[in-house]
Design a protein around this ligand. Structure first.
Ligand code: TYM
Length: 404
């Protein structure tokens, strides 16, 4: 039996709408896939009002690396959307959320830090409002099928496609930049980093995933997953489901100190807001955000990236996407008052998460139990797909684990 805990933010984000926004060729879930619940305790988004139920049950899968405390970009681009989907999905929808520690080790990790961060990330997933009664929450390394399917898919993955992945190219560029003074630079590029997107494809394809809620930086990886699924099906028979990507309205939250780059865990101190920051820390960081000297507040991502990022923060924290209107509402404010308004919405939108996180994160026994139960469920489903894949390829199939 799963240990029961009382969650202080049980109703977090019930009723939020998540509108897909993208201009890319990749098929995106074009409408909100679920019916709106009758009761809604959040302001409505002005976009996306589809109430067409899907004709087949959806399977939602997504992942986050345990490489540090999640920041506002992770929250608005992914975690908030995961919770919204959880709260809106009909009972037939399966939801799986994964702490992708195998991906984390594509960069050097101290084992003790990784152990703690895996646990902390599990705690954060619960603190933002995910519920184990509704979602399978698990750690990737506890499900061997991820690595096994990855190997199979790697035999279908063209290296020229992998070499074109932005993440790989940026690491390659960093290493080349360093080469004159650091002869060891290129050897720091490992095969695991190169094949990272193949592992990501395996994560998704193992569960018959139909929908993958992620931020914009993951779109290229999703294209590869779709292409590998298609290739497998054409070669060995229709076994894998070709997933769609689901972008949050906050598909790219930008750094506070360098608003033309995305907010990231490896960014400068003060460039992010982390989900465990205190109210005063959040206010301080937003007050220090880089803006511009143009008078007034307006929304223009190109000309005013810093101010526009902050306008979007207000919108995304309050479930609105009418950013021009929000900017007009703030038009008369000085920069300090505007930043205070941004901070108010961020503080309000994150209310309760830090406290819940602090409460759960030290409880190693509880988190271990959640993780174990999640992995059991994930293993069952993953091994089913892996069995079909291996059989179709003429390979040996894992014996079913004993049901003790
Ligand atoms: P990761 O751990 O870097 O980020 C987790 C999620 O947060 C989103 N995100 C952002 N969204 C908006 N603005 C930002 N500044 C921002 N920064 C991060 C990411 O898009 C992501 O959705 N490769 C993935 C993990 C992964 C995965 C998967 C995701 C592994 N397997 C299968 C989906 C499905 C990653 O590194 O995410």
């Amino acid at each position: 039996m799963l240990p029961v805990r009382i969650c202080s933010n049980a109703s977090r984000h019930v009723g939020c709408k998540v509108a897909p926004l993208t201009r890319r060729a990749l098929p995106i879930a074009s409408k909100y896939p679920f019916q709106k619940p009758t009761s809604c305790d959040q302001p409505k988004r002005s976009l996306s009002t589809s109430t067409t139920p899907p004709t087949h049950p959806e399977v939602i899968f997504s992942g986050i690396q345990p490489t540090g405390v999640p920041h506002l970009g992770n929250y608005l681009g992914a975690l908030k959307q995961w919770v919204d989907l959880q709260n809106l999905a009909p009972p037939s929808t399966e939801l799986l959320y994964c702490v992708v520690d195998l991906h984390a080790i594509t960069q050097p990790q101290d084992p003790n830090d990784l152990r703690r961060r895996r646990q902390d990330t599990m705690a954060m997933l619960l603190a933002v409002g995910l519920k184990t009664e509704r979602c399978v929450i698990f750690e990737q390394s506890r499900v061997a099928a991820h690595s096994q399917l990855m190997w199979v898919l790697s035999t279908l993955a063209p290296t020229n496609l992998l070499a074109r992945q932005t993440q790989w190219k940026s690491k390659l560029a960093e290493s080349e930049d360093r080469s004159p003074l650091d002869p060891d630079g290129s050897s720091k590029l490992k095969l695991g980093l190169f094949s990272y997107p193949v592992l990501q494809a395996a994560d998704i394809l193992l569960y018959g995933t139909t929908l993958v809620p992620v931020g914009e930086d993951q779109v290229q990886h999703l294209e590869l997953a779709r292409s590998l699924a298609g290739k497998f099906n054409r070669t060995f028979g229709k076994i894998l489901v070709v997933p769609k990507v689901k972008l949050a309205p906050a598909k790219r939250v930008m750094s506070l100190t360098n608003p033309t780059s995305k907010m990231s865990k490896s960014g400068a101190v003060n460039s992010q807001i982390n989900l465990d920051h205190s109210e005063s820390e959040i206010r301080l960081r937003i007050r220090g955000a880089l803006t511009d000297s143009i008078p007034g507040i307006s929304y223009d991502r190109e000309a005013r990236p810093g101010v526009s990022n902050l306008v979007e923060m207000i919108g995304n924290m309050t479930n609105r996407d009418d950013f021009e209107v929000i900017a007009r509402e703030c038009e008369g404010l000085g920069m300090k008052e505007f930043k205070d308004r941004v901070a108010d919405s961020v503080v309000e939108g994150l209310k309760g998460i830090k406290e819940e996180y602090e409460r759960i994160k030290g409880d190693a026994g509880y988190l271990e139990e959640i993780s174990r139960i999640g992995a059991e469920k994930a293993n069952r489903k993953a091994n089913e797909t892996l069995g079909k894949v291996m059989e179709a390829m003429g390979m040996g199939v894992n014996p079913a684990p004993s049901s003790s």
